[in-house]
Design a protein around this ligand. Structure first.
Ligand code: BG6
Length: 519
């Protein structure tokens, strides 16, 4: 058999035999291009980005001459960086390791040593990129992935402009920039950041990563709502009582002090992931799934979204204290390495929103997230009103709750419908039951990792799953009053690790006669 990963330049009509022809989910292959990653020594690059690049290569979705360039301060040669990528791939890649795929990818790996303020380093990067265009046929098409603290965005953008790397003047060639959150820490700083980035890269070349949008289950919200007749007629205030969007994690924050202390749960997760989930859940049907139409609907619904007042009763925040998790005793945030012992950073946040539209008038959307909670689960629960009339004796429906449709984003990806059913026996007793769809049962192939999908979309120039400026700024505008209030409040309410958050979060629900789901 011939080597399946063959020569650098594919012969005409070449198709990659490593691609499973049944795999229709990521059918487009990126054209000639390269990816430059800033921040290659960080956790994200090691655990997510490099493995995702390999997984794409393994699935035959990268061009044969693809190049991966790392830029960092370390005194590494190309081979050293190659070893770092190799180890990251062996440890974290989703798909099996294949030597032939690796060997091909490794041929295109380069490293440029330098700091962000070093002009010469960026000139060397420029030379490296040009050399790759000649040697690997990357054709002047390059994406720059800024997996670095936002404080460093301005200097790197400036360097990319100065060195000519951001130059898009040559027809048929593209340059794109990929930025990781946080996109600022409030509306004002987000605007400043966007201005700096847009000064160098036009908005259509800016790809802001919200990795939740790369998840299959999140994209499935659109399929569930708009490909079916079953749900949309009841997806409104006439039938829906409220919506709960939960992103709970059991992990603590040890090792992340540099990023997390002073940022907190609302900025880390609500401003981006959870508001995007709300937008997908509440938006109107787009005319098409073109990037403009999809984003247009998201922006519209975010514009109609506002905080429910008064904030002291409709929001809650907490900070995990010592407790038990998975049979293990764990410390509180203040005792985690690197945190200020007087840290006022919240590790739990809950807010109440409403969407001012005919569809959603009066329906609260409860958003909550936290670390060191009971278990790891992300879900969207659409909870329906009770039937207007129950022709049963009260005792027969004692164990009947509200109907719910739960989109299980992760883990155990799928959808659950909860409704009442007759308990077998001679009496008419009704109790809640679940009807389940599980990805694992209905489909045989694993879903791609979010970063796999999003990196490929960057290389393809497919912007639908990347939030634009207007969404980011609107999300900060929604959240800013809560952040200002909390900043003035001092220490958040403690909750023991392994529980479901502070008492104030429960109070936020019980005041309206509702309860949080215990997933
Ligand atoms: C990141 C947050 O965006 O998402 C982290 O910064 C969080 O704090 C992570 O742990 C969770 O991602 P996932 O894909 O595991 O749900």
């Amino acid at each position: 058999m011939t080597d399946p990963v063959g020569p650098d330049t594919p012969p005409e009509g070449w198709t990659n035999p490593l691609r499973d022809p049944r795999d229709k989910r990521l059918p487009r292959i990126a054209g000639p291009c390269g990816l430059v990653i800033f921040g290659v020594t960080g956790d994200l690059a090691r655990k997510k980005l490099m493995p995702a690049v390999y997984d794409l290569a393994n699935r035959g979705l990268l061009p044969p001459g693809f190049a991966l360039v790392g830029f960092a301060r370390r005194d590494w040669a190309d081979e050293d960086f190659g070893k770092v990528v190799h180890d990251a791939v062996r440890e974290h890649a989703r798909t099996p390791f294949r030597q032939a795929v690796w060997d091909r990818l490794a041929e295109g790996i380069r490293f440029v040593q330098g700091t962000f303020d070093d002009d010469e380093a960026f000139d060397r990067l420029c030379d490296t990129v040009h050399a790759l265009d000649r040697e690997r046929g990357t054709n002047g098409n390059h994406a720059f992935y800024l997996s670095i603290p936002p404080g460093a965005f301005p200097v790197v953008c400036k360097q990319l402009a100065r060195s000519g790397l951001a130059n898009q003047d040559t027809p048929g060639q593209w340059r794109r920039v990929v930025i990781e959150k946080p996109f600022g820490h409030d509306l004002q700083s987000a605007r400043e950041l966007n201005a700096i980035v847009n000064d160098v890269f036009p908005e259509e070349s800016v790809f802001r990563i919200d990795h939740y949008l790369g998840k299959e289950t999140v994209q499935n919200i659109l399929a569930l709502r708009f490909a079916n007749q079953l749900f949309e007629p009841i997806w409104n205030a006439n039938y829906v009582d409220h919506v709960q969007i939960t992103m709970a994690e059991d992990i603590g924050l040890g090792g992340r002090a540099g990023y997390y202390d002073g940022i907190g749960a609302a900025r880390d997760v609500i401003q981006n992931h959870l508001l995007q989930l709300l937008a997908f859940t509440a938006m109107e049907e787009p005319v098409s799934f073109s990037p403009e139409e999809l984003r247009g609907e998201k922006i519209k619904v975010l514009r109609a979204t506002k905080l429910v007042q008064p904030l002291d009763q409709t929001t809650a925040r907490g900070q995990y204290a010592a407790g038990w998790q998975g049979g293990e005793q764990v410390v509180g945030l203040k005792d985690e390495e690197g945190y200020n012992p007087n840290s006022t950073t919240e590790t739990y946040a809950a807010i109440t929103l409403e969407v001012d539209s005919r569809r959603w008038a009066g329906v609260p959307f409860y958003l909550r997230t936290g670390k060191r909670l009971g278990r790891r689960v992300t879900e969207i629960a659409v909870v329906f009103k009770r039937a207007p009339h129950l022709p049963f004796d009260e005792t027969m429906t004692e164990e009947l709750g509200q109907n719910a449709l739960v989109i299980r984003v992760q883990p155990d990806e799928g959808v659950t419908m909860r409704f009442g059913s007759k308990v077998p026996g001679s009496t008419m007793e009704v109790r809640d039951v679940n009807m389940d769809f599980g990805y694992g049962l209905s489909f045989t192939e694993d879903s791609p990792e979010a970063y796999e999908r999003l990196i490929l979309d960057v290389l393809l120039g497919e912007p639908s799953l990347f939030p634009v400026n207007a969404e980011v700024e609107r999300s900060w505008q929604i959240l800013d009053p809560v952040l200002e209030r909390w900043a003035a409040e001092g220490t958040p309410e403690p909750y023991p690790a392994g529980t479901w958050g502070p008492h104030s979060a429960d109070a936020l629900m019980t005041r309206t006669g509702r309860v949080w789901r215990r997933p």
